[in-house]
Write a protein that binds this ligand. Structure first.
Ligand SMILES: O=P(O)(O)OC[C@H]1O[C@H](OP(=O)(O)OP(=O)(O)O)[C@H](O)[C@@H]1O
Ligand code: HPA
Ligand SMILES: [Mg+2]
Length: 184
C-alpha cells in the first residue's frame, strides 16, 4: 500500500500524542491566566484551525471565537506582502483578545495583524502560537504562549501547509527537501 502524504515527510517532529499533551497544557495556562475575564480568541486562518479547535476545548472558561483570514506564503517563501482574505465578524473594542496562530516564522504576518488589531482599541492583546521558529525572524516579535520552539526547517501538518496541502496530517513533520526543490 502506498502512503503518498507520509512518504513526503523527512522526520516527524511532534506526534499526535505530543501535540495533544502540549495543547492541554496551554489550555490550562490560559484558563488560569484569564479566569474572571471574558476571553476572545481571534484565529488567523487557515493554518490555525486544528490548533484552535483543540485549544478552545482545553480552556475551561466562558469564551468567544472569531476568525480572520490572512495569507502571505507562496510555497516555502513568505512573499512579505500580507493579504487579508477575510475580516473579523465582531468588534474587538474593549475586549481581551488572544490571537491564536499556528506558527511565527519571519513574523511578517503577526506584525501586520498586531498593528491592525491594536487600531481597533482592544482592552488587551496577547499571542498564543503553537510553533515558534525564531531563526528567521525579521523584526523582534515574541509570543506570550508558545507550544514548541522549532529549528529552521519547513514544517507541515496539524494545519500547516505547503501550497495548501498536507494540512490534514495529524502530526507535525519536516517536509522532504526534494518535494519543494525537486530531485537533486
Ligand atoms: O511569520 P510568518 O513568516 O509571516 O509566517 C507565519 C504565517 O504563515 C502561515 O500562513 P500563510 O500565509 O501560509 O496562510 P495559511 O495559514 O492560510 O496557510 C502561518 O499560518 C502563519 O500565519
Ligand atoms: O514552516 C512553515 N510551514 C508551513 N507554513 C509556514 N508558514 C511559515 N512558516 C511555515
Ligand atoms: Mg500557509
Amino acid at each position: 500500500m502506498s502512503h503518498p502524504m507520509h512518504d513526503d515527510i523527512q522526520e516527524v517532529l511532534y506526534t499526535q500524542e505530543q501535540i495533544q499533551q502540549r495543547v492541554r497544557e496551554l489550555g490550562a495556562q490560559l484558563t488560569e491566566d484569564y479566569a474572571g475575564r471574558d476571553l476572545h480568541l481571534v484565529t488567523i486562518l487557515k493554518g490555525s484551525l486544528p490548533f484552535l479547535a483543540d485549544l478552545m476545548r482545553a480552556i475551561d472558561l466562558p469564551l468567544t471565537v472569531d476568525l480572520m483570514g490572512v495569507s502571505s506564503y507562496a510555497g516555502i517563501h513568505s512573499t512579505g506582502e500580507v493579504r487579508v482574505t477575510m475580516d473579523l465578524d465582531e468588534t474587538i473594542e474593549g475586549r481581551h483578545v488572544v490571537i491564536v496562530e499556528d506558527i511565527i516564522d519571519t513574523g511578517n504576518t503577526l506584525s501586520y495583524v498586531l498593528r491592525n488589531l491594536r487600531q481597533r482599541a482592544p482592552a488587551s492583546v496577547k499571542i498564543v502560537t503553537f510553533l515558534d521558529k525564531p531563526a528567521r525572524r525579521g523584526s523582534p516579535l515574541e509570543a506570550d504562549y508558545v507550544g514548541f520552539t522549532i529549528p529552521d526547517d519547513f514544517v507541515i501538518g496539524y494545519g500547516l501547509d505547503w501550497n495548501q496541502r498536507y494540512r490534514n496530517l495529524p502530526y507535525i513533520g519536516i517536509l522532504k527537501r526534494d518535494v519543494y526543490a525537486g530531485p537533486l
